[in-house]
Write a protein that binds this ligand. Structure first.
Ligand code: ATP
Ligand code: MG
Length: 183
C-alpha cells in the first residue's frame, strides 16, 4: 500500500481545501514556525484513526477543527482524506478488491467522527486495522513526533515492547485477537 494524496479541509490551520501529493522518494515540508508543518503530519495520523486528542496536541477532539482567526470565522467541520495505491493488494480482505482506496475521516463539532472507505461508512476500528497491518498507523513508529525519541529512551519496558511490536508489524494481530475475544 502506498500513500499517494492527502486532502485537508477545515483541519487546524488548513481552513481552505489543501491537497498534498505524496510522490515516490523523499518529501520535505519547510516553512516558518507555526505555519502548520506539524499539523500536516497530525492530519495524516488523524485520518488513520488516532483516538487520543492529546496526541493531536488538543484539549478535546473538536479542537482539531479550524478555530477561526481575526479574518475568518471558525468552522464546524473538518475532513481529511487519504488516497492509497493498493495495486500490491496488501490491504485487509474487507478492502482488498479495490486498486485504489480513499479513506476519509470527518468530524462535526459536538458530534464526533465518522469514517468512510471508498464512500462506504466504516468503524474507526476498521480504519485502524487497515493501517495496523502495514505498520504505518496512527501510533506507528513510522510517524515520529517532536520529543518522541527521548520518550522512547525513558519508556517502561512494556511500553517499549509495544513500540517494537508495532515496528515488527504484529500490532494488527493483537488488535484482531482482542476483537475476537470480545465476540
Ligand atoms: P514549528 O516549526 O514551530 O514546529 P509548525 O510549522 O510545526 O511549527 P504547527 O505546530 O503545525 O506549526 O502549527 C501551530 C499553529 O497551528 C499555531 O499557530 C496554532 O494556533 C495553530 N492551530 C492549532 N490548532 C488550530 C485550530 N483548531 N484552528 C486554528 N489554528 C490552529
Ligand atoms: Mg512543528
Amino acid at each position: 500500500m502506498k500513500l499517494t494524496r492527502l486532502r485537508i479541509v477545515g483541519f487546524k490551520t488548513f481552513v481552505e481545501p489543501t491537497e498534498v501529493l505524496i510522490e515516490p522518494g523523499l518529501t520535505g515540508v519547510v516553512g516558518p514556525n507555526g505555519c502548520g508543518k506539524s499539523n500536516l503530519v497530525e492530519a495524516l495520523r488523524w485520518v488513520m484513526g488516532e483516538s487520543s486528542h492529546k496526541n493531536m496536541r488538543a484539549t478535546g477532539m473538536d479542537d482539531v477543527i479550524f478555530a477561526g482567526s481575526s479574518s475568518r470565522p471558525a468552522r464546524n467541520t473538518a475532513e481529511v482524506t487519504l488516497a492509497i495505491d493498493n495495486a500490491d493488494k496488501q490491504a485487509p480482505a474487507a478492502f482488498n478488491d479495490a486498486d485504489a482506496l480513499e479513506v476519509s475521516r470527518r468530524i462535526e463539532r459536538s458530534h464526533g467522527s465518522s469514517y468512510h472507505v471508498n464512500g462506504r461508512e466504516v468503524r474507526a476500528r476498521d480504519v485502524q486495522l487497515l493501517f495496523a497491518d502495514a505498520a504505518t498507523g496512527a501510533r506507528s513508529p513510522a510517524l515520529v513526533r517532536q520529543g518522541q525519541i527521548s520518550e522512547l529512551i525513558a519508556a517502561k519496558p512494556q511500553a517499549r515492547r509495544r513500540i517494537l511490536e508495532d515496528a515488527a508489524g504484529i500490532a494488527g494481530l493483537h488488535a484482531r485477537r482482542h476483537e475476537a475475544e470480545l465476540r
